[in-house]
Ligand binder design. Structure first.
Ligand code: 13P
Length: 249
């Protein structure tokens, strides 16, 4: 079966609406649609509308939010609902990114509520999992990833699993210049895939790798059949660098 790859760009706290528009224009001069390749962008929430508008008509592009509330409305200062991000053009959202978990204290239980709410609303939850360095060094990688997976999938029925995307992002590899080796990443992807099958997934759930992916290592990482794509921070911020990376596969 020909491979289907997702190249996902997480802009984190970069690119307001004007910068996002400029980025999208430049990127589209360089990159056209290609069979078997999807391009997903996760801009800051205020730039979702600008990014979605700039990529309008590109069936190979999807826009997502970096975070979302599981609550539909109410007294939740600073939060955004699923309906709100959908209204401005998002069809997906990251859930439990390591910076949400480790900088902002998001809990396993919260990730479960967000995944379920997104899936029920018809958006794609991109559940992020990954161990910290001390956990890897203690040989606890599989245990941590499986715990995060179990919590994130807690509210989902087996027949809803096909709505998911998983991103394996080892915390020690994010923004550090130190990526997992292709073999190490693939090994964790296999653990995740087996667990999804045990939970009743009948289709292949895309599993992306993230953590210091760049123009020098993307090809070697994606050579692993276990990887269905990459989730990239720093190397996705410049449209020319990102265009080069998505052009490799
Ligand atoms: P870097 O690519 O900057 O390491 O970030 C990875 C990441 O967190 C993507 O979500």
């Amino acid at each position: 079966m020909p491979r289907h790859l997702i190249y996902a760009a997480n802009w984190k706290l970069h690119h307001g609406p004007a910068a996002a528009r400029r980025y999208a224009e430049k990127f589209q001069e360089l990159v056209g649609p290609r069979p078997g390749r999807e391009l997903w962008f996760f801009p800051p929430a205020v730039s979702i509308a600008a990014t979605a508008n700039a990529f309008r008509g590109r069936g190979d592009v999807r826009i997502g939010a970096q975070n979302v509330s599981a609550e539909p409305k109410g007294a939740f200062t600073g939060e955004l609902s699923i309906a709100m991000i959908e209204e401005v053009g998002a069809t997906a959202a990251l859930v439990g990114h390591s910076e949400r978990r480790h900088v902002f204290g998001e809990t396993d239980a919260e990730t479960g509520r967000k995944v379920a709410a997104l899936a029920r609303a018809g958006l794609t939850p991109v559940l992020c999992v990954g161990e910290q360095l001390t956990e890897r060094e203690a040989g606890r990688t599989d245990e941590v990833v499986l715990r995060q997976l179990a919590a994130g999938l807690d509210g989902l029925a087996a027949e809803e699993l096909h709505r998911l995307v998983i991103a394996y992002e080892p915390v020690w590899a994010i923004g550090t210049g130190r990526n997992a080796t292709p073999g190490d990443a693939a090994a964790v992807h296999r653990v995740i895939r087996r667990e999804l099958e045990i939970r009743g997934a009948r289709e292949r759930i895309p599993i992306l790798y993230g953590g210091s992916v760049n123009a020098g290592n993307a090809l070697a990482l994606l050579a692993e059949e276990e990887l269905d794509g990459v989730l990239v921070g720093g190397a996705s911020l410049d449209p020319e660098v990102w265009a080069a990376i998505v052009g490799f596969g």
